[in-house]
Design a protein around this ligand. Structure first.
Ligand SMILES: [Zn+2]
Length: 652
């Protein structure tokens, strides 16, 4: 049990109580209300707290350095007329600045003393204001390189996409009280969008959705209805062919059908997922149930047949796209980091809207696996794509299929996206409603609802399934503490003040109702046996394989744990011998990994012939003891083959 003192409990900035990613207005169609960063505090101990601290100490400064080093800041200086430097990087490079600003704002909410981060926010906000055109337009590429093409290529330009990330940065800065000035910049641009694309304006949508969810959030911060109306209008205008056929066809950017009629996720996964986030935001703020239904229908499609066991989305490198149903090849998986983050954000919105645990289950799965794997243990190296199998002899085909994490990318969308998610992590742990407090993600944290209910949570999750909660507030009337029991969990116990209580799972949560007194304790114990996970038989690519999982963590085999000369693809798992969790203890190469799995396996002798007549028979070879490490840690010790799906040894 982790007992570290909470170090992250500095007094909240003014207004922070309501500050967090996604804050529906009081009138919204929302079942649950998030706790802001001032109400949910992650402690320094525990995995989630460590990830957030690493983000603050390593990832965020690394992003800031690279914005300077890669020319993103220089582009804005050129747009402000302060340098004659050539434009550097992608035409949507401003979005990396905006995402880093958003991350900085969430981080400053709990680390107001961080002078370096404060100076980045203030300096960059002032620079953005100087780079902004007199009419409110703000985009360094179309200011410096191609002013004559402003708004000319909505399928390709990413102008509204970049605007969306600016708005989200401004929302974070406003909600946390970090910078009111960024909101002024954002509103000037948003007002221009309303004027140009609003009710009497041009009928256009962006080839890369993002502005829809951002405008809805900007509405939530400002109360300015035209922003929400414009978000809805951008949704309503999709599926009318406004973007044209483009290089990959209208399904690529979700312009093939009206959003309320679509029945399956298609095309570029990040675009699809950001669009779905916007659909939920607009649905709950306008009471548009058809829009919410459409988002839930697409959720069912995405998670029934197009999601990796790690929570990653997008199985095709070409078009960075969703594949056909059950097309989930582990070695050719794309699984862009940004898609994992977008899935997390979309599921959060659906959870708030409906209160259904399945959305929190998916947040947990993608956070602990696909998102977590994308960043190195040192917080300064990143994956763009996230395969579930790196083959022996893999030849990297460029940045998007790298065999190891890289410090930065020419298209650097992923690293600052990780930074903003990790910085805002406390805002995703828990929610409140009139009846009490709901806890969705477990970690060392202090939680306070808007009406003063307080709980201290201590746990070694996800290494152990025991979660201890101490109520520290006084209440005259009963209220309900709801604790998610993940779908992977087959058995659990709950006790209150040491007494076992019968608390059945209802809608994915155990709910304990009491007139809680300070000092009351609740212990939830989720059993975490090692699971052998099998895929639906239609996932041909992994037939005959299982994945090892324990709690929310998916595990993998790495070359680093095999005897020298062993080819990873020849390794088989003995299905009759259950894998067991062990503490690596004195393994110097596995520091900070409390639990690895060990299993019985063997090296098969498959012969040399690529093809043989009839069913293939393998001769069993050398028995060996397998070590499986959490997937999110792969590639930190050495560059080498890895696989999540392990072939099972033939019987007999
Ligand atoms: Zn990305």
């Amino acid at each position: 049990m982790t007992q570290q003192k909470l170090s992250d409990t500095a007094p909240a900035a003014p207004g922070l109580e309501a500050a967090g990613p996604v804050t529906p207005t009081p009138g919204a169609l929302s079942a649950l209300r998030p706790l802001g960063l001032g109400q949910a505090r992650l402690g320094a101990g525990g995995l989630l707290g460590r990830w957030r601290r690493r983000n603050a100490e390593a990832t965020l400064p690394h992003c800031v350095d690279n914005l300077h080093g890669s020319g993103n800041i220089g582009n804005l200086r050129a747009a402000a007329g302060e340098s004659g430097d050539e434009f550097a990087g992608m035409w949507f490079a401003d979005s990396d600045v905006h995402k880093t600003l958003e991350a900085a704002a969430w981080q400053l909410a709990t680390s107001p003393e961080d002078a370096g981060l404060r100076s980045f926010v203030d300096g960059t906000t002032a620079l953005l204001a100087r780079a902004q055109r007199a009419d409110g337009y703000l985009n360094s590429y179309f200011t410096v390189v191609a002013p004559q093409e402003r708004w000319a290529r909505p399928d390709w330009s990413h102008e509204l996409y970049c605007a969306g990330h600016l708005f989200q940065a401004a929302v974070a800065a406003a909600r946390t009280g970090v910078s009111p000035d960024l909101l002024t910049v954002a509103r000037r641009f948003a007002d221009l969008l309303v004027e140009r694309f609003g009710p009497d304006g041009v009928e256009e949508v962006c080839g890369h959705p993002e502005v829809e969810t951002a405008l809805a959030e900007l509405y939530r911060v400002t109360g300015h209805r035209p922003y929400l109306d414009l978000a809805r209008r951008f949704l309503d205008l999709r599926g009318r062919g406004l973007l044209g056929h483009g290089r990959f066809g209208p399904r690529y950017y979700q312009d093939h059908q009206p959003v309320r009629e679509v029945r399956e996720v298609t095309g570029h996964a990040v675009r699809q997922l950001y669009l779905l986030a916007g659909m939920v935001d607009v649905a709950v703020e306008t009471g548009d149930l058809a829009l919410l239904d459409a988002a839930e229908r697409l959720w069912a499609d995405a998670f029934r047949s197009r999601t990796y066991v790690t929570g990653a989305h997008g199985s095709r490198h070409r078009e960075e796209a969703y594949g056909d149903p059950y097309e989930l090849p582990p070695d050719r998986a794309y699984g862009e980091t940004c898609a994992a983050i977008a899935s997390f954000q979309w599921n959060w919105r659906l959870l708030l809207a409906t209160g259904r645990a399945r959305y929190a289950d998916e947040m947990e799965r993608v956070l602990y696996n696909a998102v977590a794997a994308a960043v190195s243990s040192d917080g300064r190296h990143f994956f763009y794509s996230n395969p579930l199998h790196l083959r022996t002899g893999h030849a990297s085909t460029g940045e998007e299929a790298a065999a190891r994490r890289l410090p930065w990318y020419s298209c650097a969308c992923c690293p600052p996206n990780i930074a903003r998610l990790m910085a805002s992590l406390p805002g995703y742990l828990s929610t409140a409603d009139d009846g009490g407090l709901q806890i969705h993600l477990y970690g060392d944290a202090s939680l306070t609802t808007p009406d003063g209910r307080r709980v201290e949570m201590r746990t070694d999750y996800p290494w152990q399934g025991r979660v201890e909660l101490a109520v520290t507030s006084e209440a005259d009337a009963p209220w309900t503490l709801a604790l998610r029991v993940p779908a992977w969990c087959a058995a659990y116990t709950v006790s209150v003040d040491g007494e076992p209580v019968r608390a059945p799972v209802r809608d994915g949560y155990v709910r304990v109702t009491r007139a809680w007194r300070p000092g009351a304790t609740v212990v939830l114990d989720l059993e975490m046996p090692v699971r052998q996970v099998a895929a639906h038989p239609r996932v041909d690519a992994v037939r005959g394989c299982v994945a090892l999982a324990r709690g929310p963590l998916v595990y993998c085999l790495e070359q680093a744990d095999l005897p020298p000369g062993t080819v990873l693809e020849d390794v088989r798992l003995d299905p009759a011998a259950p894998a067991v969790p062990i503490t690596p203890g004195d393994r110097e190469d596995l520091p900070d990994v409390p639990v690895v799995l060990t299993a019985r396996g063997l090296v098969a002798d498959a012969g040399d012939s690529l093809y043989t007549a009839g069913p293939r028979r393998e001769r069993t070879g050398t028995p060996l003891t397998l070590t499986a490490v959490p997937y999110f840690l792969w590639g930190n010790r050495s560059e080498g083959p890895m696989r999540v799906w392990i072939p099972v040894a033939a019987a007999g």
